[in-house]
Design a protein around this ligand. Structure first.
Ligand code: G6P
Ligand code: MN
Length: 445
């Protein structure tokens, strides 16, 4: 089984490889091809993987290339985890928005739109190549903004592209844990768009345990989302939102905290990772140790400004181990070996949410087997959530239209329609600001 990783020089590749190393069963991945535009990043990551594989006799063989078509040919699975414009681009996405007084975040609000406008054309090019060179491969998209990018690719790959994110899994795991339930045995009623979903129920042996959590302020205040959103607000909502909804429900505070931060998240990661990749150039560097130290710091500081405005304190030690690689591995195993399972994934709606058309990519529990991911029926969202989902999906559609038509006016429309952008004039200035700093937006005319 051959797995190709696009963005193979990326920092989180060792997480994926670490997960592969735990899989010794028949039909596992035996070959990993790393693709990246940057040779030195490939070299750095390959060093870490090499140290990880030490002492594992059946470790997947790793090769690296900067030739995209070569990387795609013969792949059974393709992970796409690219970052168009790099972390410097992410820092620009944040700065330009914050200077206008609106949210600059990788996936939410103006920053997410800018990142989407840059990424969609590249993702579409990849999807077209995959359709031509590896038509039977499954493409697992991690590239953010994951829902939007998955939808862009699905127009060329249909249901062979599946988007993943670890935030719903982490959320479900936390809720199960505080309820004393086994996350594996819990059915999590979650739906929305990527980074814009709500848990409305958690069933164990057919019984919804969420009301018990919502009724208990102590339990509710004891985990990440309770601390972030506050007990009262969760009780008002009657649901537990994805942590990214903090940017909506506490937008003013989040924008202010981001404006006042010494460094934005993108700038922080750009510096942190530059140091890591620099260190990897030293022949005597302990690659795995340096990577692990950098990873731990990244995880500990995740959403730290949001937590600070909410007075939420440090992250729980149990929340630090991500889970992104586990979702990826579980998905691959389910497809490759027909090991049926349920995972929350980004797939085409196909009637699941009646307010959206069938091609709209949503985030929803799916039954996964050798035939792919099949969304399951879920209860409709309440009006306030439907409103946000529809508004943000409309914005995503404008981003896709702008990328296809190269229309600057459509790009302005995308920003202007976003619920977190408060004036058409702001949207116009955002497009100016972003096209000034991003060569990847030169296609807009
Ligand atoms: C969560 C999100 C991902 C994001 C990751 C890392 O897992 O769901 O979409 O890529 O955090 O965030 P960071 O700010 O560290 O890049
Ligand atoms: Mn995510």
């Amino acid at each position: 089984m051959k797995l190709t990783i696009l963005g193979g020089g990326g920092f989180r590749v060792p997480l994926v490889y670490g997960a592969l190393l735990t899989d010794h069963a028949e039909g596992r991945v035996t070959e990993v091809v790393l693709h990246d535009l940057d040779d030195s990043r490939l070299y750095a990551v390959a060093r870490v993987l090499d140290e990880q594989a030490a002492g594992v006799p059946d470790a997947p063989k790793v090769t690296a290339t900067t030739d995209l078509d070569e990387a795609l040919r013969g792949a059974d699975f393709i992970f796409s985890a690219i970052r168009v414009g790099g972390l410097q681009g992410r820092a620009h996405d944040e700065r330009v928005a914050l200077a206008e007084g609106v949210l600059g975040q990788e996936t939410v609000g103006a920053g997410g739109i800018a990142y989407g406008l840059r990424t969609v054309p590249v993702a579409v090019d990849i999807a077209r190549r995959v359709a031509r060179l590896a038509p039977d491969a499954w493409l697992i998209n991690f590239t953010n903004p994951a829902g939007l990018v998955t939808e862009a690719m699905s127009r060329h790959l249909g249901d062979r592209v599946i988007g993943i994110c670890d935030s719903p899994v982490g959320l479900g795991r936390r809720i199960a844990r505080v309820l004393g339930a086994n996350p594996r045995e819990a059915w999590i009623d979650y739906v929305g768009l990527n980074h814009l979903g709500w848990v409305r129920g958690l069933r164990v042996a057919g019984r919804d345990e969420l009301p018990r959590l919502l009724a208990d302020p102590d339990l509710l205040g004891s985990f990440e989302e309770g601390k972030l959103f506050g007990v009262d607000w969760l009780q008002s909502l009657g649901a537990i939102p994805n942590e990214y909804l903090h940017y909506y429900y506490f937008n003013r505070e989040a924008v202010r905290a981001y404006q006042q931060a010494e460094k934005t998240r993108g700038a922080f990661l750009a510096d942190q990772q530059a140091r890591f990749y620099e260190e990897m150039k030293r022949p005597d560097a302990a690659a795995l140790t340096a990577w692990d130290r950098t990873r731990a710091e990244r995880e500990a500081t995740y959403m730290s400004e949001n937590r600070e405005t909410a007075g939420a304190g440090e992250r729980d030690a149990d929340d630090l181990s991500g889970g992104y690689e586990k979702v990826a591995l579980a998905l691959m195993r389910a497809i490759a070996r027909d090991e049926r399972t349920t995972l929350i994934l980004n797939v085409r709606n196909q009637g699941t949410l009646s307010v959206l058309d069938s091609d709209a990519v949503i985030e929803v529990p799916c039954l996964v087997d050798a035939n792919g991911a099949h969304p399951v029926a879920v209860a409709p969202l309440p009006d306030h959530a439907t409103g946000l989902v529809c508004a943000v999906k409309a914005v995503e559609r404008e981003v896709l239209a702008a990328a296809e038509s190269h229309s600057r006016a459509t790009a302005v429309k995308a920003f202007a329609l976003h619920p977190l952008v408060d004036s058409v004039n702001v949207a116009r200035r955002l497009v100016e600001g972003y096209t000034d700093v991003h060569p990847g937006l030169a296609y807009l005319d």
